[in-house]
Ligand binder design. Sequence first.
Ligand code: ATP
Length: 214
Amino acid sequence: MEVIGIFGGTFNPIHKGHLVLAETVLDTLHCTQIRVIPAAVPPHKETPAVTAQHRAEMVKLAIQDQPKLVLDTCELDRQGPSYTIETLHLLRTRFPDQALCLIMGQDSYAKLPTWHRWLELLNYCHLLVVHRADKEKTLTLHPQHEGKLVDIATAPQAFAAQANGLISFLTQAPPDISSTRIREQLSQNGEMTITDIPPRVWQYIKENRLYQKT
Ligand code: ATP
């Protein structure tokens, strides 16, 4: 079965950590595509000052050279908080015969029990949790997920053999980059070149005067 990656986030802004993560997952799981889905109204974060349209535009610019990364704006078209479970429900109807794999960093996985209807996520997708360089080396499985974990070496076959229901941990961490740190740097010195974001995104930020102190 084809495996489709689902990579949601605030992408405020998208950075090279996100891109390396996506490339590593493409290599590891042999996904046919990864759908990159900016949250319009992230349920667990303050509503970003930068609009969802700007954040989606930056995603588009960042991924334009990698045909396997696809911008999906489905959360931008919905009202209210961008609950992942609702996105998965929609994607399931769009991709009934494929395995879906939700991709997230270990910080997101640690907070998963606060997500809306989190115990139902595995009814729709597999989960791939990626280590974050600034966090604990060991990834901890939630007790509710016991029995679902598969070794990363066997994940490509296991994920392709069933449509949903499994978890794997990828311990190879992308570079230690966070959007929070980039926003801080930009608001302190808007002229400084930030190497942690792709040049086209940096250009867009400058042209649209995003993240500057008002
Ligand atoms: P912020 O600093 O604003 O919280 P972020 O850098 O974590 O943002 P998000 O858009 O929230 O970026 O990230 C989307 C997903 O990518 C999350 O699941 C997050 O854990 C993961 N992620 C982001 N950056 C990294 C990184 N450097 N290494 C591993 N995972 C990452």
